[in-house]
Design a protein around this ligand. Structure first.
Ligand code: CAA
Length: 256
């Protein structure tokens, strides 16, 4: 088993667990990841997912031994399988926080970029070192990285294969926040619980508005926002949320 899942108080923690290879991703791990993502998506008790890694790595990339003798066709299949798997995380209806505890290299940076929010421990290391191995990033790095940090910085990372510490990742906009290694999980769980305490549909539609709106021009995206604003008002969530505020009590959410 390469993936562990625990849940408590509406928050699930998915831990990548292959410390002997710094959590490098192989076929079996990707298959388990896919199953676990589907399980989380189908579990109404889970409102927010936190993804992290065991030991000194978040994920040190795709398994180098697995890729060494790939034919061109095998490489395409592997890239598409990896893209689809990290894409499943990105497309989840529930918010996903990456708690980046250590090395997030190659596929590790790529998987973190498919999460909604990235929090890094001060021990985290990011990079797209594929060119040092004579290959290119294949799990979405050439596309999500420039969208997150801009083409100049993305090209620097993709061309040099250099490692970037957590502070550098923060400064380029790759991560939302850097915290000490000791604080990482508490910080992420606290954020996850704060999200889980908000209107369920409101959080889900906020994610949908940002994700789908980015693919549109501003006018269409604003139309999407007002449509989703109307959708949330077709449920009792806003009435309960506003009522709770006015009555100075905690809201009791019922919709999902
Ligand atoms: N694949 C397979 N095994 C890996 C691995 C990887 N990506 N990363 C680390 N390991 C293994 C090492 O081979 C080593 O195994 P052994 O103990 O059996 O020798 C074990 O994990 C511990 O690693 P190190 O001894 O190297 O640990 P370190 O602390 O000295 O160095 C590191 C840590 C800098 C992260 C170094 O392991 C490293 O550079 N790893 C490779 C990172 C990398 O290039 N990732 C990109 C992969 S390509 C990719 O991801 C393509 C894509 O887009 C899908």
């Amino acid at each position: 088993m390469y993936v562990d899942l625990r849940k408590e108080d509406g928050v699930a923690v998915l831990t990548i667990d292959r410390p002997e290879a710094l959590n490098a991703m192989n076929v079996d791990m990707l298959a388990e990841l896919r199953e676990t993502i589907e399980q989380v998506e189908g579990d109404d008790d889970i409102l927010v997912l936190v993804v992290t890694g065991t030991g000194k790595a978040f994920i040190a990339g795709a398994d180098i031994a697995h890729m060494k003798d790939f034919s061109s066709r095998q490489a395409k299949e592997w890239s598409e399988y990896g893209q689809d798997t990290v894409g499943m995380l990105e497309k989840m209806k529930k918010p996903v926080i990456a708690a980046v505890n250590g090395y997030a290299l190659g596929g590790g940076t790529e998987l973190a970029m498919a999460c909604d929010i990235r929090v890094a421990s001060d021990k985290a290391v990011f990079g797209q070192p594929e060119v040092k191995l004579g290959m290119i990033a294949g799990f979405g790095g050439t596309q999500r990285l420039p969208r997150l940090v801009g083409p100049g910085k993305a090209k620097e990372m993709l061309f040099t294969g250099d490692h970037y510490d957590a502070q550098a990742a923060y400064e380029m906009g790759l991560v939302n926040k850097v915290v000490s290694a000791d604080e990482l999980m508490d910080y992420c769980l606290d954020m996850a619980k704060r999200i889980a305490s908000c209107g369920k549909l409101a959080v889900r539609l906020s994610k949908e508005a940002v994700d789908h709106g980015q693919e549109m021009d501003l006018e269409k995206a604003l139309h999407l926002e007002s449509s989703l604003y109307a959708v949330v008002f077709s449920t009792d969530e806003p009435c309960e949320g506003c009522g709770a505020f006015l009555e100075k009590r905690e809201p009791k959410w019922t919709s999902s």
